[in-house]
Structure formats: structure tokens, C-alpha cells
Ligand binder design. Structure first.
Ligand SMILES: Cc1ncc(COP(=O)(O)O)c(C=O)c1O
Length: 411
């Protein structure tokens, strides 16, 4: 990738900053345009199901905030966030095994902003950041403008290998998604978490733990966060996007006390504060335990969708494809037979009427072209069956020889 800033031309007086060379259009946003084509069943987006948005609760809370505290809600507010919401987050996290004081909670404009702030305060041009393989594309995009060297840590089906962290010695941080990872769906188990936290601590390798999907478990909650195992060495990111609604743009950073002031200064410079109105409305919604009633309905819905996709994959996918069944979250990650390129296959799949996200964009190192991500939450179960059948049809047309050959199929 070149770092040369575009030179001014006779047509434009603008000269781009060097960092823009690292800023590229999101592959996913480009692909999402395909979902707007009539008749295409999209399993591409990472969007939560709009049927889970608590519209009535939001309406009632909005009314209440506008009736009771309209001036405060519509005024500029504290950069740290709305104090009662910070307190609520601290109590929730403490209940999940991460002992947090409200003074460590920074309310952000989505957890995506948390990724940007963390990168802004921790990365210099050329400094190393370690990520999983594959990892969240939006994090790679957030880090890129700070011009780091990105190192992919070796992973297996359960996440990063603790022994592989040694290669990341000296990195500014290791970015981890322990719960129902986007894109792979994997969840890091108890023993692996303990080993990773221990290895990172021994290396002095700080962790940025991103957890937007942790509440979306199907049968049992995931093990406690990495941050609870090494609190002073971990920055934790949370989000209201998947348990309430992403349009609120509400997330939070939980930072060790030593890190908080710089993150706050970066936040101030970025947008002064997260919309105070949204924070008050959300606090009004969640303060009485609403999520304890609401989130189980999301889990049940997503689990039924997961089951529909599992059955459809087992019924339709050609031999030689491999996947594991996610125990939470929103995604199946599919490995196609070696030699099948999911990006090259996409136009044909769209022609047939189904869209997915090719996996290549989720790799910071050598992209594995034979991978793709399917979201199971926004398409109705009956349509999931059709979508997967169409994907299987595209695959069989693309690679009749390879896909007929016997190979492993894990479900
Ligand atoms: C792993 C991961 N981190 C962060 C985000 C950003 O979420 P938010 O809506 O809180 O900004 C997403 C969004 O899908 C995500 O998948």
C-alpha cells in the first residue's frame, strides 16, 4: 500500500493527508448496496433484526425525557457521558465479574468510536497492533488512518493461540473479540481466556476487548471478560447497538484509571460528547431492568434463525464446505473448498438472488479467499432456507468438479 498523498492537480486545490491513502471504502458498505437490488436475499449485512427494536419503550422514554428534562436533554453535555448511564454501565459490568467504577466509563458514539479513540491515543505511525485472523473489518478501518503495522496472530477454531502472542511482543495492543466474533462467530472458552490473559500480562501486551455480541448467547452465557482477568492491562468496549438499536449510536469504553484521561481528551476533540438526548432516553429505558426482559427475546429469535440456517446448510451445501455452529451472535462463517474464491463467486450468487460477505476483507494478512460470512438474523427462517439453497446452487455451478469431491463437512 502506498503512503503517497495525492498531489494537487489543475482541477482541484485540495491536497489529501498521507493517512488517507490507508482509508478505503468499506467492502461491506459496497456489498450492502447489492442488498438494495430488488429480489436479492441479503445475508450480507451485519445489521441486527429491526423486529427486535423496542419501539414502544423508546417512544415512552422519549416522551418522558422531553416532558421532564427537555432543556437538559437538548443542551451540550459532559464529555464523559450522562452520569446515571455511566453508573448503570458500571453496575452491569460489575455484575458480570468486571469490577468497575463509574469514573472509568466513557460513553461513546457507538463502540466504533471507541475503536477510533483507542487507536488515536495508542498508535503512532509504524507502531504495531495485533489482531485476530480473521478480525472485524471495521476495526481494521478504524486503526488504518493511524498508520500502524498490523500483525495477525495465529488462531484456531477457538481464537488466538496463547503461544502465538509472543510474536506480538512490543505491540501497542492486541485487539480481541472473545464473544461470537464478527466475522467467524467463534467464542473463546474459559481455559483459552485464562491462558491469553496470562500470556498477555507476561508479555506486557495490553488488550483491547471488543464485546458488542456477548449478550446474544443462545444456551449459556460466555465466560467472564478478559478485562476481569487483567483489569489494568485491558480496555473494554461495549455497545447498545445489538441489545437496543444501532441507530442510537451508543457505546462505552471501560478504561483502566491510568488510560481514562487521554481517552476523554480524544473524545472531547472528536465530538465534544455523545448525544445527551439519546443517553437520557436509553437510561430511561434500561434503568428498571428492561434489558433483563428484552434481551432474552432477542436470544430466542436469533437462536431460531441460527437453527434454520444450520439445517439449511446441512441440507444444501455441497461437500467440501466447512463451518462450525455459532453458540451466539449473528454469523456463520463458511469455508469453501480450497480454490473457490468467494469474491469471484458473489456476482453469480447475486444474479441467482442471494448476497453474502466474502471473507477476504476480514484478514489483515493473507486473505483466505475461500471464506464467506452469512448473517442469520435479518432474513426470515423460511427465506434462509431459500437463500442457502441459492448459495449452494452458485457454488455447484462454479466448481462442479471440486464440490462433488468428498471432503470433510462439519456442522
Ligand atoms: C465487532 C464489532 N465491533 C464494533 C462494532 C461497532 O458497533 P457500534 O454500533 O457500537 O458502533 C461492530 C458493529 O457491527 C462490530 O461488529
Amino acid at each position: 500500500m502506498t503512503n503517497v498523498a495525492a498531489a494537487p492537480t489543475p482541477d482541484t486545490p485540495w491536497r489529501l493527508a498521507r493517512r488517507t491513502a490507508r482509508m478505503n471504502p468499506s467492502v461491506i458498505r459496497e456489498i450492502l448496496k447489492l442488498t438494495e437490488l430488488p429480489g436479492v436475499l441479503s445475508m450480507a449485512g451485519g445489521l441486527p433484526s429491526p423486529d427486535t427494536f423496542p419501539v414502544e419503550a423508546m417512544r415512552a422514554a422519549t416522551d418522558k425525557v422531553l416532558r421532564e428534562t427537555p432543556r437538559e436533554a437538548l443542551q451540550y453535555a459532559a464529555s464523559e457521558g450522562y452520569a446515571p448511564l455511566r453508573e448503570w454501565v458500571a453496575v452491569q459490568m460489575t455484575a458480570q465479574g468486571l469490577s468497575v467504577d463509574a469514573s472509568q466509563v466513557l460513553i461513546t458514539t457507538g463502540s466504533q468510536q471507541g475503536l477510533d479513540l483507542v487507536a488515536k491515543v495508542l498508535l503512532d505511525a509504524g507502531s504495531m497492533v495485533a489482531v485476530e485472523s480473521p478480525t472485524y473489518l471495521g476495526a481494521l478501518q478504524a486503526f488504518a488512518p493511524y498508520e500502524p503495522e498490523v500483525l495477525s496472530v495465529a488462531c484456531d477454531d477457538e481464537g488466538p493461540l496463547p503461544d502465538a502472542l509472543a510474536a506480538a511482543r512490543g505491540a501497542r495492543f492486541l485487539y480481541l473479540l472473545p464473544n461470537f466474533q464478527n466475522p467467524s462467530g467463534r467464542c473463546i472458552g474459559e481455559a483459552r481466556r485464562a491462558a491469553l490473559a496470562e500470556a498477555a500480562r507476561a508479555l506486557g501486551l495490553p488488550i483491547v476487548e471488543d464485546n458488542p455480541y456477548g449478550d446474544l448467547w443462545f444456551d449459556a452465557p460466555p465466560p467472564r471478560p478478559l478485562a476481569s482477568r487483567w483489569p489494568e492491562g485491558t480496555i473494554y468496549l461495549g455497545s447498545f447497538s445489538k441489545v437496543l438499536a444501532p441507530g442510537l449510536r451508543l457505546g462505552y469504553v471501560i478504561a483502566p484509571k491510568a488510560m481514562f484521561p487521554k481517552l476523554l481528551q480524544a473524545k472531547q476533540a472528536a465530538d465534544l460528547h455523545t448525544p445527551g438526548f439519546n443517553q437520557r432516553v436509553v437510561h430511561e429505558v434500561v434503568r428498571d431492568g428492561f434489558l433483563d426482559r428484552h434481551v432474552p427475546t432477542i436470544r430466542a429469535r436469533y437462536k431460531a434463525h441460527r437453527d434454520a440456517m444450520r439445517s439449511a446448510l446441512e441440507a444444501h451445501m455441497p461437500r467440501g464446505c466447512r463451518w462450525s455452529v455459532p453458540v451466539g451472535g449473528m454469523f456463520f462463517w463458511i469455508e469453501l473448498p480450497a480454490g473457490v474464491d468467494a469474491t469471484a463467486l458473489l456476482p453469480r450468487a447475486v444474479e441467482l438472488g442471494v448476497a453474502y460477505v466474502p471473507g477476504a476483507a476480514f484478514f489483515a494478512d493473507e486473505p483466505r479467499a475461500n471464506t464467506l460470512r452469512l448473517s442469520f438474523v435479518t432474513v426470515a427462517p423460511a427465506q434462509i432456507e431459500r437463500g442457502v439453497a441459492l448459495l449452494a446452487q452458485a457454488l455447484k455451478q462454479a466448481q462442479p468438479a471440486t464440490t462433488d469431491a468428498a471432503a470433510t463437512l462439519t456442522a
